[in-house]
Design a protein around this ligand. Structure first.
Ligand SMILES: *[C@@H]1O[C@H](CO)[C@@H](O)[C@H](O)[C@H]1NC(C)=O
Ligand SMILES: *[C@@H]1O[C@H](CO)[C@@H](O)[C@H](O)[C@H]1NC(C)=O
Length: 275
């Protein structure tokens, strides 16, 4: 893929060479012998730090190792930074906070699942007036709301694992119809996008199976280019950005998400939410 402009190619919905598939559950959980040894060592090293039972899951520990290419020391630093962030920002309690003010204006659902059982975060960008949040002084609250969503969807993965399901990641599905550079790409909006991507990479690295965006106008490249330097290869490879041509995005989504798990704007039959 090197040598082609990744985002422009994805926008057309065709790869220059093969599109990299998302990591399968098997691949996510399977380790080479040396990686397994690294995991055992890592577990012994960080065990005293892990204050929540879900943190003892293989998949949780593997995340940090993979993010740091199985360098134990660097993975431990990343995990320590993360735990510090969780303490300082009180992330363990974020799901119990009152989010009604944000929920009303920034619609998102996390109640649908792909064919492999991964939870899907669905966001219609049309509703997300980022510029208004910034002008109202709610930029940081919007970011925390997004942390709330990330934490909620990641928790669902652990809950599914506890029930014996082979689920290790989540998806994001977005409809970019109505995206515009005034509400979404304003000069004050860009730093918020960048902060969001930095948070995603630092705190939720490796959880994203795919980000599928449909109906994206070409102006969305302004955002993609702005955040590009902050994206890791793995996250970038998980992006699937489609333009408005339904004959291109529909088959892609149909292969991955059942009709009953999609709301009408994604070609499905699930009743829309009444906000
Ligand atoms: C999960 O994956 C393992 C290994 O691939 C398999 O043995 C098991 O049956 C799977 N469980 C479910 C519920 O699909
Ligand atoms: C949409 O995509 C299909 C399949 O690639 C193509 O045949 C068709 O011409 C496209 N339609 C438009 C309006 O570009």
């Amino acid at each position: 893929m090197e040598g082609c402009s990744l985002f422009v190619i994805l926008l057309l919905g065709i790869g220059c060479g093969q599109l990299v598939a998302g990591i399968s559950v098997e691949k996510d959980l399977s380790l080479t012998l040396s990686q397994k040894n690294a995991l055992d060592k890592f577990r012994a090293q960080v065990e005293p730090l892990l204050d929540q039972s879900y943190m003892k899951n293989d998949i949780y520990l593997i995340r940090w190792l993979r993010a740091r290419n199985f360098d134990l020391r660097s993975a431990e630093n990343m995990l320590r930074e993360n735990l510090k962030w969780r303490r300082e920002q009180k992330i363990d309690g974020i799901r119990k906070e009152d989010w009604n003010d944000m929920r009303r204006d920034y619609h998102a659902t996390i109640d649908t699942y792909d064919k492999e059982g991964r939870p899907i975060g669905v966001i219609d960008i049309y509703d997300w007036d980022i510029r208004r949040a910034v002008l109202q002084g709610k930029g940081q609250r919007l970011l925390r709301y997004m942390d709330y969503l990330l934490e909620s969807i990641t928790t669902q993965v652990f809950e599914r694992q506890d029930r014996g399901m082979n689920v290790t990641q989540w998806k994001v599905l977005g409809n970019a119809d109505g995206f515009n550079l005034i509400e979404h790409g304003c000069p004050l909006c860009i730093p918020l996008w960048i902060q969001f991507i930095q948070g995603l990479e630092n705190h939720y690295h490796g959880w994203l199976d795919e980000l599928i965006v449909i109906d994206a106008p070409s102006t969305i490249n302004v955002i993609l280019e702005a955040v590009r330097p902050f994206l890791t290869r793995q996250t970038r490879d998980a992006f699937r950005i489609f333009g408005p041509n339904k004959t291109k995005w529909m088959p892609y989504i149909e292969e991955r998400i059942a009709k009953s798990e999609r709301r009408p704007q994604y070609g499905g039959t699930k009743p829309p939410v009444n906000y």
